[in-house]
Design a protein around this ligand. Sequence first.
Ligand SMILES: CC(C)(COP(=O)(O)OP(=O)(O)OC[C@H]1O[C@@H](n2cnc3c(N)ncnc32)[C@H](O)[C@@H]1OP(=O)(O)O)[C@@H](O)C(=O)NCCC(=O)NCCS
Length: 141
Amino acid sequence: MMRHLGGAESTEKIAERQSRYERPGSGQFKIVDRASGDGVGWVGFWDGEWGEQQIYEIGWSVTPPFQGRGIAVAATRQVLDVARAQGRHRYVHAFPAVDNAPSNAICRRLAFELIGTCEVEYPPGNQMRCNDWRLDLLAGR
Ligand SMILES: CC(C)(COP(=O)(O)OP(=O)(O)OC[C@H]1O[C@@H](n2cnc3c(N)ncnc32)[C@H](O)[C@@H]1OP(=O)(O)O)[C@@H](O)C(=O)NCCC(=O)NCCS
């Protein structure tokens, strides 16, 4: 799961993030399999800064047994509607590692525009070569 995100994390780090994500209004959503009620992943957005611009950044994750079924694309589509409705920023950026094929496919599928590549430090101390994908939430409105 963390191959393209700097590797495995400690239990403490996961618990700390979980508690932040569970706070109301965090912008982070659990993806639930309707049939079983199981939690199968997460998708969420947060405020960021890119260049001089205030943006949303978005991320996603689906557990291995549920991958490859279109769940990430469907869940991300819903969360983009939430970000659009909140209306704080015009652009959403995603920064998947250049070799993270499924993540880059999600961006392509949801009509993000590939702006270029960039170096991202995540987590601190780990340099990653990432694609910079951008979606204009006002496009077509
Ligand atoms: C990225 C991730 C969320 C995708 O979840 P998913 O539910 O399997 O994705 P979907 O089924 O919605 O598929 C999304 C696209 O990826 C493609 N895809 C899926 N697995 C793929 C693979 N191994 N190689 C290439 N493309 C792949 C699908 O074909 C689909 O593209 P399409 O709609 O053009 O056909 C999942 O692989 C994951 O959690 N990875 C680990 C965490 C991670 O890297 N998160 C992203 C950080 S930027």
